[in-house]
Design a protein around this ligand. Structure first.
Ligand SMILES: [Zn+2]
Length: 239
């Protein structure tokens, strides 16, 4: 789930088989109408979304059919190929990573608490789950409902890139973008690990932050701080 420049075979028909298993989410706010997931590298992604070349990021996820707001677009459905890449990684584990593992972890790791991640560690594992190619936008059309469920927050038209905002789930010093290329009027240009402190983002995304980010926001507010000051962050450059 990061900005990447991937070199993968987009002509592959991997994942074209239909898996008609429909998850039954009891939440009445969730639209299950088109909530049918793919298979193979689309195991966690609904069939209305496919990997394609992205104008700004190399590769990205695109809607191949209209998707209504509130549709579950991604779900961590265990017991399938994707679980092979969902290695739980503690931040201390990264100390023993090889440079290549670290590069992949930084590009594709999905942070679920201040110290825990799930991440592939090889390129082969990356390509087992195309949700790894989900790109950031400062005006995203998908956001998390919880760690295991992401929803469309607006109607998505066929052909649109399906995007997320890293601020809703990332808080590590490596996950920074010096020059965001999302080309939206909301673009905040530099994406940092302390953007959750921005009041307008808290109000914009409301409860669409992962629980641990919501706790960081609550702690920040409890310190009587209103807004992020200057561009304070702890971004670390990994060569
Ligand atoms: Zn941007």
């Amino acid at each position: 789930m990061t900005t990447i420049k991937a070199n993968i075979d987009l002509d592959s028909d991997m994942g074209s088989d239909c898996d008609l298993d429909v998850d039954q989410d009891p939440d009445p706010d969730i639209n299950l109408e088109s909530n049918i997931f793919g298979s193979g590298p689309y195991h966690n992604i609904i069939q209305s979304i496919k990997l394609d070349k992205s104008g700004t990021h190399g590769s990205g996820l695109y809607a191949v059919a209209d998707i209504k707001a509130n549709t579950v677009v991604w779900k961590n459905r265990q017991n399938g190929p994707a679980e092979l890449i969902y290695k739980h990684i503690n931040i201390d584990d990264t100390k023993s990573f090889t440079p290549n593992e670290m590069m992949i972890f930084i590009k594709y790791g999905y942070q679920i608490s201040q110290t825990e991640f799930v991440s592939p560690l090889t390129q082969e594992e990356v390509d087992m789950d195309y949700s790894n190619y989900w790109n950031h936008s400062c005006e995203p059309n998908c956001l998390p409902k919880d760690e295991d469920t992401w929803v469309a927050i607006s109607d998505i038209k066929k052909g649109d890139e399906v995007t997320i905002d890293y601020v809703t789930f990332d808080n590590n010093p490596w996950e920074c973008i010096d020059v965001c290329e999302c080309n939206t009027i909301s673009c905040r240009k530099k994406i940092t690990n302390t953007d959750y402190k921005l009041k307008y983002l808290q109000e914009k995304y409301k409860n669409h932050f992962l629980p641990y980010i919501s706790k960081l926001i609550a702690t920040f507010k409890s310190e009587n701080k209103e807004n992020k000051e200057n561009q304070t962050d702890s971004c670390v450059k990994i060569a």
